[in-house]
Ligand binder design. Structure first.
Ligand SMILES: Cc1cc2nc3c(=O)[nH]c(=O)nc-3n(C[C@H](O)[C@H](O)[C@H](O)COP(=O)(O)OP(=O)(O)OC[C@H]3O[C@@H](n4cnc5c(N)ncnc54)[C@H](O)[C@@H]3O)c2cc1C
Length: 309
């Protein structure tokens, strides 16, 4: 089977999500990558070095600069004439592009796969990860999104794939890029951080969240996350949200501070290697998934912990 993997990038460098997607695609067969962007040859060159990649298709066109799904989906649909499966990470961009590709190809999308069980058979979470379904596609072509935390990352070096320029249909005239406001932070990005410190409703407000969570995160070199309750109450922006309707993370260490452990939150972090919970309620559900639990008032425990690090 020949697969076409969507490379996530910012026209300058590859995003990590691509590497786990390559691992998933390699379980299906030959791996080809698509780098669609503008002035993005450096990305294609980096992509060509990923271990196990057979070919990189480079579509360098101003219409693809911002990865607008309306523009890139027809390009992918054209390339799918020569591929059997389109594979994208289940990120915001991947989830934006893949359904359009599936619609253009008139096939079902298989979303958020956790494993490849056979040529057309996959597992995927349902009911916020409380059950795992095994699904089989009967479509001629596959369109798949991949949960990055479920697959090892492919090695970023060691490959030497050829780069082939492709033209593509260009601007579909359906949408235009207006602007992007990106949060800038010195801290590691939430989905790739090795340690994540997350705060919940118990943090009370934005100032308290900043006062208690940030120093702990900075001591640990950690990314910062939050429960939806903390996001909805405006303590932190919504790109901090971990969970079913937020980001899925699986760091080495996840520290949940003042978070009850609702299933929608667990859906985003329960695959973390070591889970540490600080909560003053010993019956809080978070303790059922925690490897280390501290029943304590966070307003005492967190400064003490931060002080001792
Ligand atoms: C469709 C849907 C999607 C959702 N998606 C998400 C999602 O993606 N992510 C998400 O997080 N939620 C999500 N939710 C919301 C989820 O159900 C919970 O409401 C939310 O996770 C609760 O956040 P919390 O744990 O911060 O708050 P709470 O449930 O209010 O818990 C606060 C915790 O802090 C503890 N606490 C209080 N004071 C202290 C203190 N001084 N010291 C120590 N501990 C203290 C309490 O004992 C309690 O356990 C979703 C809900 C729905 C219906």
């Amino acid at each position: 089977m020949k697969t076409l993997v969507w490379v996530e990038h910012d026209n300058a460098s590859l995003k990590d999500a691509t590497l786990a997607t390559v691992t998933a695609a390699a379980r299906l067969g030959e791996v080809h990558l698509l780098v669609a962007g503008s002035g993005c040859r450096a990305v294609a060159e980096a992509a060509a070095q990923i271990a196990g990649v057979g070919k990189v298709h480079l579509a360098d066109n101003a219409a693809y600069e911002h990865g607008l799904a309306e523009n890139v989906a027809p390009l992918i649909a054209d390339l799918m004439a020569d591929h059997d499966a389109f594979v994208a990470p289940a990120t915001t961009t991947g989830k934006n592009v893949a359904p359009r590709v599936a619609a253009l190809l008139d096939v079902m999308q298989v979303s958020d796969i956790l494993s490849v069980e056979g040529e057309k058979t996959f597992t995927r979470p349902i009911y916020a990860g409380n059950a795992i379904a095994t699904v089989e596609s009967t479509d001629a072509k596959l369109v798949i999104t991949v949960r990055g935390t479920a697959f090892e990352k492919a090695a970023a070096t060691g490959g030497s794939a050829a780069i082939e320029d492709v033209a593509g249909p260009g601007d579909a005239g359906l949408s235009s890029f207006v602007g992007a406001e990106l949060a800038k932070s010195e801290r590691p990005e939430l989905t790739s951080a090795k340690i994540v410190v997350s705060g919940g409703r118990a943090l009370k407000d934005a100032a308290t969240f900043e006062e208690y969570i940030m120093p702990l995160a900075d001591k640990l070199g950690a990314g910062v996350g939050a429960s939806r309750a903390a996001v909805d109450a405006g303590y932190v922006p919504n790109d901090y949200q971990v969970g079913q309707t937020g980001k899925i993370v699986a760091p080495e260490v996840y520290i949940a501070v003042g978070i009850s452990g609702a299933i929608q939150h667990l859906a985003g972090m329960k695959d973390s290697k070591t889970i540490i919970a600080i909560n003053k309620d010993e019956d809080a559900p978070i303790f059922q998934v925690a490897d280390i639990g501290l029943v304590a008032d966070l307003f005492n425990a967190v400064p003490e912990l931060t002080g001792k690090l």
